[in-house]
Design a protein around this ligand. Sequence first.
Ligand code: SF4
Length: 633
Amino acid sequence: MAEAVARALREERHLVVEAGTGTGKTLGYLVPALLSGRRILVSTATRALQEQIARHDLPRLAHALDRPVDAALLKGRSNYVCDLRLMRLKAQPALAGGIEEAALHRVERWLGVTETGDRAECHDLPEAWPGWQEIVSTSETCIGSACEAHARCFVMKARARAEAAQIVIVNHHLFFADLALRTSAAGVLAGAAILAPYEAVIFDEAHTVEDLATHFFGHRLSSRSLEGLARDAQRFSERCPGGGRGLARAGERLLGRAQRFFEALPVGTGRWRLEPEALAAAGQDHEAVAEALSVLADLCAPVAEMGNEEAAALGRRALLAREALALFTLQPDPGLVYWAERRPRSLSLHASPIDVAEILRERLLADVPCVFTSATLSVAGRLDYFLGRIGLDPGSEVETRILDSPFDFSAQAALYLPEDLPPPGSGSHARAVAEETRELAELTLGRAFVLCTSLRNMAAIHRHLASASLPWPLYVQGEAPKAVLLDRFRAVPGILVATQSFWEGVDVPGDALSLVVIDKLPFQAPDDPVVAARIEYLGARGVSPFSAYQLPRAALALKQGFGRLIRSRRDRGIVTVCDARLRTRSYGRYFLETLPPCPSFHSRDALRTWWQGGGASTRLGADRCSSMPHNGS
Ligand code: SF4
């Protein structure tokens, strides 16, 4: 891998490498990146991997190479305290209403010792503390060099360190936010960018690139962002030069009108498609919000002209929000799908690109050489699906590699496909999954993840397990922050029931995890607005959406879930998929060909023999089934 990465960087070509778990892929790209002498961004999907590279892998590498490593860690601005917002909040205690004081004091104490202002270092701050949003900046609220706290600003210092470093460890959120900004029409004109110029990008956890690009090349407008704008206008009115009574009223008016507008939208749950007629129903309220935004922008303009950067930033935000509002009302772009999402404290409108391949080709791949790597990029032994989704032509412009994991899956893992399960979606399926879990957990003494495809399944399976009086602790996603929950599980392994966020990026090596139960094949919901639009898009072009999109995407997701089990050469365990379609549908083979080869079983007795016999020695005892490439026999 290191040679392929070195060649790609030298020849300025794109490279796609699937590197199975345990191949040492991080060092496989860090070493050639360092030795290239070029300025390179390494981008990860998760902050956890970002931290691991910066705090663990790079220091190890510096030690091994016996030379300093010129690298910096950079996260999005919402990870760093904004000194200015914190100062203002403290100066106007009335506006800090609702913010838990004890947590605020904890932050202040920590600010006295931190050098980075990076939230990851403030260990005793609750993960979901809502006050954090009030003390961080956004690109719209930051007033840059006009800020009185600029010289000691954590965001600016982190960016300065990153600008000077040869290797910068960023995350996909930050990378695509920057790319979308710098390549947008307005960004090109204004020379806007977050990241200083770079010569190549290495994407780790690259299987998430399509989703992140979809998010950042789209548009959003949320009730929360309008409320934030209204609140900031009210705050600013108290210190606005020349008095800000008009601004205070404009903020209040915007708040009320935005609330009415979002309440007038058709009610939905989760994510739903926004048809133009849906917004027509909120027509008058929409115009009222647009007018309130114009008034706010007009009030800010004369103050901004006097050189007040804060007023200029407020005015820009109001105009951008008005533009976004018009975009959702007119829905002018057939390349976008318009949809809405309801979350506990916010309703947001989105316009997402249906196909990001062309966008990535024009705005990324044509510009810099890129290395894409992950443990899960190939389906049924081929990389074509991934290449196509991100805009790479399999024929010419890219070198590809599939590097197998050094782990012996045929000895370390078993796939169990229980027979006689009710079909997924039937009323009794959740109970049957819970029952399978309980039976299998007796073999593995708990130490199990139950990975669910929906919150509803998670709740139902958890409920059935909770009523089963298990002899092991039972954990469920949401009862504590993810990192805390994982620490608890590692300390006292039991059964952890979870959904999407535990399917990937979760590492529990060793004995703590010996069983992964997957409730059903992880097809995306076909009525999700973005998925539905992509299905229509492919169908209209004569391409089968099922085989070109839904099936490979689900196969990759299953491979991710399977990948939680074996994290080191010493790990051993069982994956069970409680979905009969793996055996009964013709596409089941496609899923099985995507998973690492290991023995598969249909009978629990045969599985028990394998487990109790230590795996490798009884491999020939695996069930015989002619359609199973996973059959170890
Ligand atoms: S420069 Fe921007 S981020 Fe930094 S303290 Fe000032 S407003 Fe906050």
